[in-house]
Each structure stands twice: as C-alpha cells, then as structure tokens.
Design a protein around this ligand. Structure first.
Ligand SMILES: [Zn+2]
Length: 156
C-alpha cells in the first residue's frame, strides 16, 4: 500500500455527498480549481500532498479538496497533465500552457472569450512566438496562475 487509504477518503466524501453508495457519490463531484501549495497538507485519505484538487458536489453544493492521486484513482476525474502544465507556466510565465491546462482554464472561465482559447490552442506547441504573442500569452498565463493558486490553506 502507498498511503492512499480508500476507506478514509470514503469516510470523508460520503457525508458530503447525496448518495451513500461511493460509486454513485463520486459521480456527483466536479473539479472546480487546482492549487500547488508550498507546504505539505493532508489529503482526506491521510497522504501528504502539495497538489490540491478542489471539488464541488453538483447536487448539494458541498465543497472539499483531495490530492491529485485520489481524484484520479478514487473520484475518477482525470486531471491528466494539468499539474505539469501549471508547474510549467509557474516556472516560466511565457511558456505554453499544455492541452489539459487550456481545457481547465476554458471550462473554469479563466479565459476572456474564444479568441484566447483559440490562441492558446494554436500556439500550444509553437517554439517561436512574436513579441505580441508572447505579451498576450504572458497576460493570459498570469491570469490563469492568479485564478488557480487559491490561498495557502494556512492563511485561511
Ligand atoms: Zn488522497
């Protein structure tokens, strides 16, 4: 076992869910936001995590968070390369957001319209951008980072 305790996670998620059958209850949850924190926190399963996935229950509005492993393995929401994409633009504000980050930003309303979505998609694999494109990308990346990195948990 690697520390991701399913029973502990289930005991956290079920009281916040409508269905008390975990396989049904997990489908009530949607990914709302992600965060990479500087310090370790705990997933409800007991594991130390730095990659937080904030999830909201579509039926009753309850909110909580789980780590990046548990959201994929147990809630079965595929975050793909979302965290890699976020780390990449956090390290270099001019970097290209990857496909998963672009989709997340678009669905979450972080992009100002289809123009920005199309621009990010079209330039996702481009190595050479014009100065104007770099400036636009930087502006969008800053917004994605600002929206994504919610406050550190210790500051709440
Ligand atoms: Zn976990």
């Amino acid at each position: 076992m690697d520390g991701h305790n399913f029973e502990r996670l289930k005991a956290h998620i079920l009281p916040l869910s409508v269905s008390q059958v975990f396989d049904v209850a997990r489908t009530e949850w949607a990914l709302e936001a992600i965060e990479i924190s500087d310090e370790f926190d705990n997933c409800p399963c007991g594991q130390d995590i730095k990659e937080h996935c904030y999830i909201r229950n579509r039926l009753n509005g309850n909110a909580t968070y789980v780590g990046n492993v548990c959201i994929n393995r147990f809630i079965q929401i595929d975050t793909g390369n979302l965290f890699d994409g976020l780390k990449r633009i956090a390290a270099d504000i001019t970097a290209n957001a990857n496909h998963d980050l672009i989709e997340h930003a678009w669905r979450s309303g972080y992009l100002f319209g289809e123009n920005e979505y199309a621009f990010l998609k079209q330039t996702a694999l481009k190595r050479k951008l014009s100065e104007a494109q770099i400036a636009w990308k930087t502006k969008i990346n800053r917004r994605i980072l600002a929206q994504t990195k919610v406050r550190n948990r210790t500051q709440r």
